[in-house]
Structure formats: structure tokens, C-alpha cells
Design a binder for this molecule. Structure first.
Ligand code: DAV
Length: 384
């Protein structure tokens, strides 16, 4: 990691950071980097991230680099995305790859090796002119924010506000040691799940011991922010953000029928003002959220199933709906996702195609692997 000297700190600047929703015209974005990604140790709590078919592989190879051809493929996908965005007139910044993810680290509360995928959206939350570092909830991700350190410093010099939410300890007391192992067998996109599976009866891998959240469990609609209690975001974490943002924002808790929710951006995804995608395998269980959208005249469209010929170790297939809206009725979509492309066209939206499927293996789609730093437009209410 290299952090350059600060430049020009005495010249006042208008903030380079400004983004209030997921769809205003995109001017500047961070695209993640994959270099250094390391197979994380398969501790009990990490099983919420890794599909069961891969548990043996993760057990055997913890702390090692992923197979080189997978990393190369994902790196190419991220470069493809950078090019497509630049061709659309969006400025792109990239973090440095890390070279220390395989290093064993130790805090007073746990020991682990790293993980460090390209999913910047999991780690950082932009609300207006502020970039917030999420506490995260899983030990291999404890230091993941450092990957963005030099970029964050740069955005700070360019006028952005920079906040770190309190880190949690990630000590074993944070995780439910009685969480039924068999419930982890159901993965996030499974439509047929029993009614008593953990999250449906209010049981999660993370307990309410310390605030924790991943940034990707929040989705921004101007003054209104929708959040889900998930395996990695607890109610205390939600309250921390609610109090931190104060009266200008309204945080709405939404529940979905999911066996193990992790990140809301394959579940409830705005396509623009007045239109949101819902995942048919994870319908919304909160009547007040459905009411809120319906009363304000929002259209709720079911996302078609993903079809990209890709490998999924860390996510469901629903990365197909993990879209990056770049404004003016343009949406970036993987070029293999024909049904999604067709749906976008039928809504009068221009699909901007990118070859991205080789990044899916690391658990992230187009929204996960990016962070909008600046979108044209200000703070508005879309539900009054
Ligand atoms: O559907 O498995 C993936 C989102 C990762 N940021 C899913 C959620």
C-alpha cells in the first residue's frame, strides 16, 4: 500500500463526493480491484458467505491465493467495466491491489488471514458528501477498509467528509454459537426454504452484542434508506447509522423471505426514480415497505433469473440483478444476462453491456464491485 503526500491542502474545493441515491447521472465511481484476493478461513460464521459445495475447498486452502486463472478472469472483468464506464463518460478511480491478505493478523480478540475481494460496495457507504467505512462483521474482512485508504485520503483532500463507524471486536461472543448448522445448507437464493429457517424466525449468525454492518445492506432512495437485518448487519448497526445520519434521513427496515440474507443489492434494486426490481426468490415480507412504494406510485418489477455461464462460490445466481444504474435511462448489465437485458429494453432503458461474468465467482456483480462517489443531483424525497 502506498499513501502519497497530501497535495494542495490549503486550496478550498467543492466536495468531489456527492451521491444521494442509486440512479442519478453518474459522474465518478470507484471500480474495485481483485489483486491479492485470498481464500478466507472457513470459520463457522464465514459459512454465511460460502456456498456449502465449496466448504471442503475453503477448509483445505484457507490463507492461500485463489487459482490464478480465476483471479485473472475477474481482473479482466473489472478492467472491462472500467472501460465501459469511461466510454460512457464516467470518471473511474481504482484502489491499489493488496499484497498482504495472506498475512496472518491478530487483534486482542481473534486471529485470521484476510480475504479482500473487489466488492467496494460492501465496505464503504456514500451518503451525500460523506463516505462511511462500515464496521463489517466477519474476521477476514476486519482490515478490508485499508485497501481503500489512499483513495479515501484523496477524496478527503477533495472535500469529502470521511467517517469510520466504530469497529466491532469480531470476538466469538458476537456470533450465535447455537445457530443451526443445517440452516446454513440453504443458500441465499433458494426459493424453497422451511418456515423456521434462522432469519425467518429472527435468528441470525450475528447477535445483538455490538453494532455491526456491511454497507451493502443499505440502499439509498434520497432521504429514505432501506436496510435489511442480515447475517452481517444487526439492529444495533442499523441504529448506529440511523443516529449518525440524524433527522435528514429516514431508515426503513425491510424483511425478505431469505434463508441467509447478506447484502440487499440482489434483493431490492432501484432502476431509476419510480422503478424498483424485486427478487422473486426473496419476496418482500414487510407490508409497510410495499405500501410505501405503492402509495408513492413506484413500479415494482420482478427480476428475471440469471443465466450467465459462471461459477458461484460466494453468492447466489441473482448477481444478474446487481445492476449499476448510470442515469439518463442507462443501466450497466452483464452481456450474458439476456433475460435481464430484454426486461430493461421493455422498460425503455438502454442496457450498456459489459463482459463481467468472470467476476461472479468472487461474489460480486456490477453494483457490488463499484461505489458511486459522485452523481449529479441533490437530496430529495421520493415518497412524500
Ligand atoms: O444474492 O448471494 C450477493 C451480494 C454480494 N455483495 C447474493 C448476495
Amino acid at each position: 500500500m502506498k499513501i502519497e503526500d497530501a497535495r494542495d491542502i490549503d486550496t478550498p474545493v467543492a466536495s468531489a463526493v456527492s451521491s444521494y441515491n442509486e440512479w442519478d447521472p453518474l459522474e465518478e465511481v470507484i471500480v474495485g480491484t481483485i489483486g491479492g484476493v485470498t481464500i478466507p478461513p472457513l470459520t463457522r460464521e464465514m459459512k454465511v458467505m460460502v456456498r456449502r459445495d465449496y466448504w471442503d475447498f475453503y477448509r483445505k486452502h484457507a490463507g492461500e491465493p485463489y487459482p490464478e486463472e480465476l483471479v485473472k478472469g475477474a481482473a479482466r472483468a473489472l478492467d472491462n467495466l472500467q472501460k465501459v464506464l469511461e466510454d460512457e463518460g464516467v470518471a473511474v478511480t481504482r484502489p491499489d491491489p493488496v499484497d498482504y491478505a495472506a498475512t496472518r493478523f491478530r487483534t486482542p480478540h481473534f486471529e485470521s488471514t484476510g480475504f479482500f475481494n473487489a466488492d467496494v460496495r460492501d465496505v464503504l457507504l456514500v451518503v451525500g458528501d460523506e463516505i462511511i467505512e462500515a464496521p463489517m462483521a466477519l474476521p477476514p474482512r476486519y482490515f478490508e477498509h485499508f485497501k481503500y485508504r489512499s483513495l479515501l485520503q484523496r477524496y478527503f483532500e477533495r472535500g469529502g467528509r470521511w467517517t469510520a463507524a466504530p469497529k466491532c471486536t469480531m470476538g466469538q461472543w458476537m456470533y450465535d454459537q447455537d445457530y443451526p448448522e443445517e440452516h446454513l445448507a440453504y443458500f441465499r437464493g433458494d426459493p424453497d426454504i422451511p418456515d423456521d429457517v434462522g432469519p425467518l424466525v429472527g435468528q441470525y449468525m450475528t447477535k445483538e452484542v455490538e453494532p455491526c454492518f456491511d454497507a451493502a445492506d443499505f440502499v439509498r432512495f434520497g432521504r429514505d434508506i432501506i436496510v435489511q437485518r442480515s447475517q452481517v448487519t444487526n439492529e444495533l448497526g442499523i441504529r448506529w447509522l440511523e443516529r449518525h445520519l440524524g433527522a435528514e434521513y429516514r431508515i426503513h427496515r425491510a424483511r425478505f423471505r431469505s434463508s441467509g440474507p447478506v447484502h440487499i443489492d440482489t434483493t431490492w434494486v432501484p432502476l431509476g426514480e419510480g422503478r424498483v426490481l424485486t427478487c422473486p426468490a426473496r419476496p418482500c415480507l414487510s407490508p409497510e415497505i410495499m405500501d410505501m412504494f405503492q402509495r408513492a406510485g413506484w413500479e415494482i418489477h420482478e427480476a428475471p433469473e440469471g443465466v450467465a455461464p459462471a461459477e458461484f462460490q460466494l453468492s447466489s445466481r441473482w448477481l444478474s440483478m446487481n445492476l449499476l444504474v448510470i442515469g439518463d435511462e442507462r443501466v450497466v448489465v452483464d452481456k450474458h444476462e439476456e433475460p435481464t437485458i430484454k426486461m430493461l429494453k421493455s422498460l425503455g432503458i438502454k442496457p450498456v453491456l459489459v463482459d463481467f461474468k468472470d467476476h461472479y465467482v468472487f461474489g460480486g456483480g456490477l453494483h457490488c464491485a463499484t461505489l458511486d462517489v459522485r452523481r449529479r443531483g441533490g437530496l430529495k424525497s421520493y415518497f412524500d
